[in-house]
Design a protein around this ligand. Sequence first.
Ligand code: FAD
Length: 566
Amino acid sequence: RNFRHSSPYSKFLVLLAVSTGGGIGLVAYSDAKSDHPSSDTKKKKVVVLGTGWAGTSFLKDVDCTKYDVQVVSPRNYFMFTPLLPSVTCGSVEARSIVEPVRRIINKKNGDIKFWEAECLKIDPKNKKVHCRSNHSVHVDGKKEFSVEYDYLIVAIGARANTFNTPGVTEHCHFLKEVDDAQRIRRSVMDCFERANLPDLSYEERKNKLNFVIVGGGPTGVEFAAELHDLINEDLVRLYPALHDLVKISVIEAGDHILSMFDKRISSFAEEKFHRDGIDLKTGYMVVNVSDKEITMKEMQNGKVHSLPYGMIVWSTGIATRPIILDLMKEIGQANRRVLATDEWLRVEGCENVFALGDCATIQQRKVMEDITAIFNIADKDNSGTLTADKVKKFLEGICERYPQMEIYMKHKQVSDLVDLLYGPNGKSGTKELSIEDFKAALTEVDSKTKFLPATAQVAAQQGTYLAKCFNKMEEREHDPEGPPRIRATGRHRFHPFRYRHLGQFAPLGGEQAAAELPGDWISIGQSTQWLWYSVYASKQVSWRNRMLVISDWMRRFIFGRDSSRI
Ligand code: FAD
């Protein structure tokens, strides 16, 4: 009777016992928690905005016996975004990749309250967030309410970036939410059914089957690959007369797709798409979208081209949400594009507000502010100038103090940074920079440097890091100097956040995938696809999701994808 509520481990034991004929004694076991534990008003109030990667990983790890934790999110579930492109073509079902927040809360011993609502305004002066629920449950019809906090965790992610291109919001699909993926799935089938209707000209049929993806990043590429597989593995048998009319185009403003990956991966993806007949339009920028045509400009010569389309998926990166822009204005960050935090994820300019995941970025202004200190430390013999050799030696040691530099160096290597500071010819170590030259060079490096990528990995690690800090907060209050390593710098009670890059995948369809693995390993091919299956199965947040996702993959292998337009 309690099987549904028991832990995955107990379920496993039950299934094992039942399957071996000895389950009767085990079925009564359950670890279900009380639904509404009483809340302690003396506890500090922690309000978490968002139930995505960052918010959920914080919730999973925070010790809620120490805090009165409240969660506000318009979504009452966590979604495993890396499998969202698979939902668009029915390789995986939508419900398989979501986990209800209340199940996550239920697994915790303490008291977490969840409000299904959207935060409309953050008021850091009065330590309040103003929210609006999607439901009109109040007797007086009011849907708005406010929640007070002692600590605020902002983890509301980002919105799709349209670059203010006319017609995008009205005519394109985005791929950010489960609803988007389901809409795309219906729209693909819609295009096929409409193209199959009688009395259509050849051109009309062709236009309806013109699928356009704008953005050659990981999401756009993965969707193009999924769509290609859906059409060639399943729809070709159901719509044999239409197969030759289908065209998939990927429009990318840069010179290559997957440019954030290693060059070998980017080239492999381009060659594979070429073989698959996917039209790659690199070096084109979309300037307008109407209800029938997409207009783009060739970057090299400014020539304008138009392409009729059946469906467009817009996937060109992320932008800051309006509520964050309002907060930035209020706290003096109006001149920035993204909300800035320090290395401890504290929002600069307001007290007890932390921001993590896609909605914020760790800024390295601290490094810039300390340029003179950096210079003086590197210039140990007080000569007033720095040689490339001195800088190199110093940079190798600086990681300890400035973790963002370490992140940078992981990707660029110390010698590259020296290259940027001194130019390839100054690398020999003889060219000397004065403090002013050094300042100018480092500021240039700063503007060219991209720090943490907006990925689930970063968001999840930040959530876990912050939860650990919160769990130790009380303890550290009695020992304000913090851990000995940090005490030397006298800066903070906790170690700063450090990102561990665990690699990234690019599924390319046809059971082929590419991966950048830790230690700069590159893996491409069918074996990498199997690695992708095992990593993504293991990364699911619950056993329920894991079983559902694996069974979806098996269903697809055996029966193919479901093409009903429901
Ligand atoms: P999100 O996960 O977006 O969560 C934001 C949360 O805030 C949501 O619960 C939302 O409902 C809530 N929210 C929004 N507005 C409000 C508000 N006003 N008030 C309260 N709550 C609000 N990353 C990888 O590392 N690997 C991948 O393979 C990968 N694939 C991806 C595929 C797709 C299709 C997409 C869209 C993204 C992918 N990413 C991947 C990126 C990754 O999903 C994001 O970096 C990650 O979701 C960021 O986590 P987050 O918690 O900051 O935001």
